[in-house]
Design a protein around this ligand. Structure first.
Ligand code: FAD
Ligand code: SIN
Length: 532
């Protein structure tokens, strides 16, 4: 059994930033990060376009960034949170720069700024087209400076521990559900260990793997959101799954390689199979409309023309500049046999970002005591019905700071709960057939992609729920009898994510932001968050 003052689930931008801040402030406190894969295998590592921040007040303003975020969020952002994130952003970005993150600068040393859909100004700091890799590198290096941070990789967190594990009945209306730590599967020993903590931060990232085609790496299985839902914590706005408009189209390949929106910011044009630049017909902001609008327009063009992709045309763009800003995209396309200065790039939308998640307050506190959430798994109120491009890295560092502040103020009063039982694996045996898990995962991804994608309707949602119910039942049966593996745990979590997305979508009798239901094509006059 391990005991740690502060337990962090996840080693992406949210988890690592919070860890560094707490380690600096409390050198005597133990901070443990659990991560289910290699330390840097995170959504963070794959971020391309960059981090949106206002740090050029001559040409940009907080008000413009706030307004862009609110417009993209389509009426559902929490204005106070938007203001906090935008205004505190510059200081937090300077912090990660001081920890070694390098953003591209011009010859005079001024930051180069990119633009993406929904932004009215060039404000996105980037490191070529591998911004996330650079941030993750710098953060991993920074954590090494603190001997009180211990990172345990290849540990799969199964569930958080609450009063439920002490034998008490816990329901949604239990007022003081409290987190005492987690049960986690050590993937090297295959044993489930109990880890006690005074305070726990969930920073477990997104859930793109619920869909057949996604830009998210394999780790993005919504584990944190699912385990907090199981623990009866509050989850909100799960119907708002963001599809990135331009993932490289390669039949049957997932995760898909992203073609950053910054390419359109630099002049890339979307065209249909007949070569028509179709975006202006859908929105006056054309190729740089917010992501929900562009993804829906592409979906509609694909259906109208009977194709599985559209094209991103970069042939007219400055070759040297392109190679300098987007070297990774240039070489990945070349490997696939596409010379982007001669040919258009086939692209299609792919599940990309989970706008909802674990509901938090303005300090990242969840509805469960001693439990915080930060990063993509959280729902802070920033994104509303549709996240503005490149706002998520920003949200993660602003909220990492706020979580660290709040944890720092409270940790002195918190104690370990010592009477937690060990994990009980009695009555389980090795699963006989992996196909039971792999096939169910494929079914789930098909149901979500075919019925709960960019365009939805009531019949599709009903069908999806019926099928998810069956998958849930079968998987729970397996869970009760089989020795737990990460594959089974992830399947269980993804089924919960599917359920939450469908449930949220069924509650929302309107079309808003990323949720478009052809049975209710208009926006309702009542603004509501769906909390499950
Ligand atoms: P992650 O970085 O995903 O980290 C999650 C961590 O949790 C991982 O370490 C994982 O192993 C761990 N974990 C999960 N479940 C468990 C478990 N059960 N047990 C133990 N550990 C667990 N956003 C932007 O703002 N700008 C961009 O340019 C941008 N580009 C993107 C490009 C791509 C291809 C993708 C996929 C996303 C992009 N995003 C971008 C979104 C952004 O990268 C993510 O939202 C953000 O990095 C999430 O950070 P995080 O720390 O919350 O989670
Ligand atoms: C991109 O680079 O297009 C992704 C940016 C984001 O998801 O915020």
């Amino acid at each position: 059994m391990l005991k740690t003052d502060i337990l962090i689930i996840g080693s992406g931008i949210a988890g690592l930033t919070t860890a560094v801040k707490l380690a600096k402030r409390f050198p005597e406190r133990s901070i443990t990060i659990l991560t289910k894969a290699n330390t840097d295998e995170t959504n963070t590592k794959y971020a391309q376009g960059g981090i949106a921040v206002v740090n050029d007040l001559e040409n940009d303003s907080f008000q413009k960034h706030i307004s862009d975020t609110l417009v993209a969020g389509d009426g559902l952002c929490n204005q106070k949170i938007v203001e906090i994130v935008v205004k505190e952003g510059p200081e937090r970005v300077n912090e990660i720069i001081s920890w070694g993150t390098q953003f591209d600068t011009d010859k005079e040393g001024a930051f180069m700024r990119g633009k993406e859909g929904g932004h009215s100004e060039f404000r996105i700091l980037h490191h070529k087209d591998i911004t996330g890799k650079e941030i993750e590198r710098a953060l991993v290096e920074e954590t090494k400076k603190y001997s009180n941070i211990k990172i345990y990789n290849h540990w799969f967190v199964v569930d958080i521990i609450t009063q439920h594990h002490l034998g008490y009945l816990v329901t949604k209306s239990t007022p003081d559900i409290t987190c005492y730590g987690v049960y986690a599967l050590n993937l090297r020993t295959n044993k489930i260990e109990k880890i006690l903590s005074k305070v726990t931060l969930v920073a477990s990232g997104g859930a793109g793997q619920a869909y057949r085609t996604t830009t998210n790496p394999r780790i993005a299985t919504g584990d944190g959101i699912a385990m907090i839902y199981r623990a009866k914590g509050r989850i909100e706005n799960m119907e708002f799954i963001q599809f990135h408009p331009t993932a490289l189209y390669e039949q049957g390949v997932s995760p898909s390689f992203l073609i950053t929106e910054a390419v359109r910011g630099d002049g890339g044009i979307l065209r249909n199979k007949d070569g028509e630049a179709f975006m202006a017909g859908y929105d006056h902001r054309a190729d740089l409309a917010p992501r929900d609008v562009v993804a829906r327009a592409i979906d509609s063009e694909m259906k109208r023309t009977g194709t599985e992709h559209v094209y991103l045309d970069c042939r007219h763009m400055d070759h040297d500049k392109f190679k300098e800003h987007f070297p990774n995209i240039y070489s990945r396309c070349a490997q696939t046999g596409i010379d982007i200065f001669e040919q258009m790039i086939p692209v299609a939308p792919a599940a990309h970002y989970c706008c909802g998640g674990i509901k938090t307050d303005e300090y990242g506190k969840s509805s469960i005591m001693n439990l915080y959430a930060c990063g993509e798994c959280s729902s802070t109120g920033l994104h509303g019905a549709n996240r503005l491009a490149s706002n998520s890295l920003l949200e993660a560092i602003v909220f990492a700071h706020r979580c660290a502040e709040s944890i720092g103020n409270e940790i002195g009063n918190l104690k370990f709960m010592d009477s937690v039982p060990d994990w009980n694996a009695s009555g389980t045996s090795e699963p006989k057939e992996m196909i039971l898990i792999t096939q169910s995962l494929k079914e789930l991804q098909s149901v979500m992609s075919d019925y709960v994608g960019i365009v939805r309707n009531d019949i599709r949602l009903r069908r999806a729920m019926t099928r998810i119910d069956l998958l849930h039942e079968e998987t729970e049966d397996l869970y009760k009898t089989a020795v737990l593996s990460p594959q089974l745990g992830e399947l269980r979590n993804l089924i919960t994510i599917g359920y939450l997305v469908i449930k949220g979508a069924q509650f929302r009798k309107e079309s808003r932001g990323l949720h478009f239901n052809t049975d209710y094509p208009e926006k309702s006059s009542i603004l509501q968050q769906v909390v499950l």
